[in-house]
Design a protein around this ligand. Structure first.
Ligand code: MN
Length: 384
């Protein structure tokens, strides 16, 4: 099986999400958790953009010794100098350089032409190679770049000494079909003498980040950049927990090997919510509050017969303590009976029917009732 490297950028791209800035202690806390989760690379920050990030990687390196720690830099010497300084004394350090590949970024942002863009890649990668042992390059806005020029960029980075070369769909413009084609052409064009790793980095502006990432892996990328809960710039990055579980649940489609301990996904998600202040939707895949909640009587009945009827993974697989039965207008006798047994009440069928009647009459404008309200109904029944 092809081993996939999980590159977590929660502390760099994730932190770039509006309002998600974290303190050094919070970053350290998350990095330690990511090491437990067993990701392969942790991007710790952008030293040139923040003084905190300059010191963060060294502090993290004291606690996180088994994981590659990466810092981010633009293709300018002052950025690379700071990034290299931040990595001093870090054993498994990586310096990732970003530079544009699309005409719109080359011309509008940097006012340079394509040849200058290639020069920028070569010079910056070589410059960084003199300072640190592991240098990576990531092409910004690859999905809107000219295909032939994009391939030239990847080859320039590989020839100059980058050991990882990644494709960023910076603006979330690509479709899974685009990504498949683009990554395939990059992988086949890279000379084997360089033995580089090809990475993929996707954004969720059209809700395609996870699908695009998986498509990139199927096309030959072997490292995927993602964040916990999918936090990141604008609509966010590809969600780590979704990519990991898709690979785990569908080995028939995704024949990859992963190191991640899926049972820590829920815990990690909760920690990132706490420290980033970015809450997630109840219906968020894998780690949402409702990801294992069953509302309808039909589904609750099925689950009680056999959980595989309505669950493709057990809650425990991702570290969720229990599935939930939501009691509301759509509930039936079986689900209610199970819920009440959980709460310590064993009721006869006719009592259950009465409770259901009471629930339905009470829930005119509400969607569900909580445990206390449910217990209140039992008291009402007893007193009648
Ligand atoms: Mn990004």
């Amino acid at each position: 099986l092809q081993k996939i490297s999980i590159f977590d950028t929660t502390l760099r791209d994730g932190e770039q999400a509006a309002g998600a800035a974290m303190s050094l202690d919070e970053k350290l806390d998350i990095a330690i958790q990511l090491q437990k989760l067993n990701v392969d690379v942790i991007e710790t920050g952008f030293p040139a953009a923040s003084k905190d990030d300059l010191g963060a990687v060294n502090i993290i390196a004291k606690e996180v010794t088994d994981t590659t720690l990466c810092v981010f830099a633009r293709a300018v010497e002052s950025d690379i100098d700071l990034a290299a300084k931040a990595l001093k004394g870090v054993q498994n350090g990586r310096l990732q350089i970003v530079s544009p590949t699309s005409d719109v970024h080359l011309q509008k942002k940097l006012q340079i032409d394509r040849d200058k863009g290639l020069e920028l890649i070569r010079n910056s990668v070589k410059y960084a190679k003199n300072l640190v042992s592991e240098v990576a390059w990531i092409g910004e806005d690859c999905s809107r770049a000219d295909p032939a020029y994009r391939i030239d960029c990847f080859n320039a980075a590989a020839e100059s000494g980058a050991s990882v070369v990644s494709y960023a769909d910076t603006v979330g413009y690509a479709t899974p079909e685009d990504i498949h084609q683009d990554i395939k052409s990059i992988v086949t064009s890279l000379s084997e003498e360089f033995s580089v790793i090809v990475g993929i980095h996707c954004h969720d502006d059209m809700g395609l980040a996870v699908a695009n990432s998986l498509s990139g892996l199927q096309a030959g990328a072997t490292e995927v950049q993602c964040t916990i809960n999918g936090i990141g710039e604008r609509a966010g990055n590809a969600a780590l927990e979704e990519i990991v579980m898709a690979i785990k649940l569908r080995p028939d489609c995704y024949e990859f090997d992963l190191n991640v301990d899926t049972q820590l996904l829920m815990q990690t998600s909760e920690l990132v919510v706490k420290h980033s202040g970015m809450s997630i939707a109840n219906n968020k895949s894998i780690v949402g509050k409702n990801a294992f909640a069953h509302g309808s009587g039909l589904h609750q009945f099925g689950i009680l017969k056999d959980a595989s009827t309505y669950e493709i993974m057990s809650p425990e697989t991702v570290g969720c303590t229990a599935r939930k039965f939501v009691i509301g207008r759509h509930s039936g006798r079986h689900g209610l009976k199970h819920k009440l047994l959980d709460l310590g009440y064993e009721l006869k069928n006719e009592d259950l029917e009465q409770i259901l009647e009471l629930i339905k009459s009470k829930l005119k404008n509400k969607r569900y009732i909580n445990d206390d309200e449910l217990l209140g109904l039992i008291e009402t029944l007893k007193s009648n």
